[in-house]
Design a protein around this ligand. Sequence first.
Ligand code: AHG
Ligand code: MN
Ligand code: MN
Length: 332
Amino acid sequence: MSRTSLSRYLIEQQRANNAITADLRFLIEVVARACKAISHTVNKGELAGILGEAGTGNIQGEAQKKLDVIANDVLLEANEWGGHLAAMASEEMDHPYPIPNSYPKGGFLLLFDPLDGSSNIDINISVGTIFSVLKAPNGDTPTEADFLQPGTRQVCAGYTLYGPQTMLVLTLGNGVNGFTLDRETGSFVLTHPNMSIPTETREFAINMSNMRHWQAPVKRYVDELLAGKSGPLGKDFNMRWVASMVGDVHRILTRGGIFMYPRDNREPEKAGKLRLMYEANPMSMIVEQAGGVSTNGHTRILDIQPEQLHQRVAVFLGSKQEVERVTSYHQA
Ligand code: AHG
Ligand code: MN
Ligand code: MN
């Protein structure tokens, strides 16, 4: 049986469904190629000397790992010359990166978390790349304000998981499809068509070490999860926490679950840990397109009007029944 490659899938989407333009198809191909390069580097690990600290920090006040910086550079270099983008923005850059004047410019904005799960790099546990695509509203000289569009405006979102297999998971706004990297041929192959998140689940993901900082709705909900069969939810729950959002979301897309990174009282001025524009928005689009739900406890994440490129947001996403339950506890 011949399998569908990512390139063929994209061409078919362009021809048959008009789901994407040729420009967007090219953009996704370029991002996929960059992720392949990151995957090879991740796989080499210490052989390529890429483990450990970069010795620099990002705007979030986080210490950068060498691989954070390398992955960011790979994505910038791959995407700057093709003529499909007006600008890029990244977790690892304070401000947007305009396409250099020596190259033609295009109509899209690309946002990314180049390396998600940085704390897993040095211990050989799964990491990923997350990306989001918006249209540039004001032609080819975008400002930072042009990026501040709600997640509903994303034309495409995806992530690449660098795990035992490297997988690219993609939505163009008409469902979610998963592609596995075939290292012998070098192509991403459609292996997980029409991914869908079960409505109900018995599995949750949250960093329990922050429990003492949580606010009342989250404390109540996790207490009920832990109470199991004899508690108000009437069933036992299992827990998983990869510490790479890409890994946790991929598990949820595969077998269901609820992922939570709530805002807490450690730094009350921060709305959570995860970033809206290049973590929560793309993951929320993927989750919704797979039949799941994603909120910040109060509203749909995709409806939030961003105010800052690097703003943070509380995240509750995954299986509908549980995300709706914990969201309802925030209204109580
Ligand atoms: P990043 O490595 O891009 O900064 O993101 C890490 C995020 C996310 O992937 C993960 O779910 C979460 O941080 C883990 O946080 P804790 O270390 O607090 O568990
Ligand atoms: Mn991240
Ligand atoms: Mn990151």
